[in-house]
Design a protein around this ligand. Structure first.
Ligand code: NAD
Length: 412
């Protein structure tokens, strides 16, 4: 199924071509990565496939996370790099799009092996990386410790300090105080804005959240603390459903102690598939891509879906959900908090300035709301004939193409 993601991205671009009256050359530029780097990392007696893909750098250096997962493949890294290009342009931060990944199972790996993979990744790709070239960050199953090893290895290679080469670092290594829960914070701001705009009453809302990792668990806690009712959540082992509302601090404790939310005793254990189809008002997707496809799109009962994961809804499923009048807050808008705070970290590292936490929180809030308003405005301009994802793409693509044109890349 995964092998198709990028083909679907190109289909979507061709739809946008008609809506925005774009030329063949513009579409070609938007659908071709600038640099694909691939190698295998020799770890003990294994060879692990690894990629770093710079999709576009018209607006600034490449920016995007590194994923460690057994499902990593070229199609996935390429798609994630494309989405980063759109996300960065929409957020108006001075970056292009990039992504990286290593195909292996980090959950079965020792700490020592994780460190080896992290350092080997940098040994293999440090030439294509740099604070003004391409800047990695964490993604699925990579964290601040992985970023710390990668920073250390990079600085050994180049022979000088360069903290802005990578973001999502521990605070002790010039990371940003907001980075740990930045994606969740951004998602929380967008959900609050959506509820305000739609005049929904939070007391009447039931929420289900797929994924209880960095993004999902932090967002779940923020929503719970703000008085929202979370009826279900899940991780890779399955889900837990309690109609009266889960006690999230207690559930987090169980997850930390036992490794899975399914060990929580209040509620019913359900499959990830079942979680997606629950009778809730808001469904938040915070795990992996392609969770809602044409196979299950018709079974979705939530009226609003928030994409915290990248690409959790397939192209075909998007069509089904649009026809069912289900509103999707797209990934490139809803999960941009992570990369916006990465930008704060990078800017701090480059200037040597350390900014106040309260100030950064306010800046994040302003940037998230500005993006939300831009998307809603375009959506209204098209009189709701397009979905919010298309509206977001239209804004981002306009910026990227303007930069390409100014650089002279679109002249005949
Ligand atoms: P993570 O590694 O911390 O957590 C991933 C979560 O997904 C875990 O709870 C895992 O158990 C769960 N999961 C894995 N396979 C699953 C499956 N088949 N069904 C249900 N759950 C499953 O990762 P994360 O950083 O929280 O990232 C989650 C998503 O958010 C990814 O799509 C990632 O690209 C996206 N994202 C993350 C950030 C960030 O800053 N962390 C930023 C933007 C987007």
């Amino acid at each position: 199924m995964k092998e198709k993601i990028f083909t679907d991205i190109v289909k979507r671009l061709n739809e946008i071509k008609k809506i925005a009256n774009l030329s063949d050359k513009e579409i070609e530029l938007l659908s071709k990565p600038k640099k694909v780097s691939y190698t295998t990392l020799q770890i003990d007696n294994q060879k692990l496939p690894a990629w770093r893909i710079l999709f576009n750098d018209a607006l600034g250096p490449g920016k995007g996370g590194i994923r460690f997962h057994p499902g990593v493949c070229k199609d996935e890294v390429l798609s994630l790099a494309f989405w980063m290009m759109i996300k960065d342009a929409l957020a108006e931060i001075p970056y292009g799009g990039a992504k990286g990944g290593v195909k292996f199972d980090p959950q079965k790996a020792s700490l020592k092996k994780l460190e080896k993979v992290s350092r080997k990744f940098i040994d293999a790709f440090y030439v294509v990386l740099g604070e003004n070239k391409d800047i990695p960050a964490p993604d699925v199953y990579t964290n601040s410790q992985v970023m710390a090893w990668m920073l250390d290895e990079y600085e050994k290679k180049v022979g000088h300090h360069e903290p802005a080469i990578i973001t999502g670092k521990p605070v002790e290594l010039q990371g940003c105080v907001l980075r740990d829960d930045a994606t969740a914070r951004g998602g929380f701001i967008i959900i609050k804005e959506m509820i305000k705009n739609l005049k929904l009453n939070k007391k009447n809302l039931k929420i289900a959240i797929q994924g209880f990792g960095n993004a999902g668990s932090n967002l779940t806690q923020m929503l719970w603390q703000d008085g929202f009712k979370i009826v279900a959540t899940s991780d890779s082992q399955g889900g837990i459903y309690y109609q009266k509302g889960l006690n999230i601090p207690k559930l987090s404790k169980v997850k930390n102690q036992s490794g899975s939310v399914i060990n929580f005793t209040t509620g019913q254990v359900i499959s990830n598939q079942k979680l997606l189809e629950l009778p809730v008002n808001i469904l938040i997707l915070a795990a992996l891509e392609n969770q809602i496809t044409k196979e299950n799109a018709n079974n979705i009962r939530a009226k609003y879906i928030v994409e915290i994961a990248n690409g959790p809804i397939s192209y075909q499923a998007d069509k089904v959900l649009f026809a069912k009048n289900i509103n999707i807050i797209p990934d490139v808008l809803a999960n941009a908090g992570g990369v916006i705070v990465s930008y704060f970290e990078w800017a701090q590292n480059k200037t040597g300035n350390v900014l106040d936490k309260k100030y950064l929180e306010k800046l994040l809030q302003q940037k998230m709301i500005a993006s939300w308003r831009k998307v809603i405005t375009i959506h209204k301009e098209y009189k709701n004939r397009i979905d919010l994802r298309t509206a977001a793409y239209l804004i981002a693509i306009k910026r990227i193409l303007a930069a390409e044109k100014l650089r002279g890349h679109l002249n005949n």
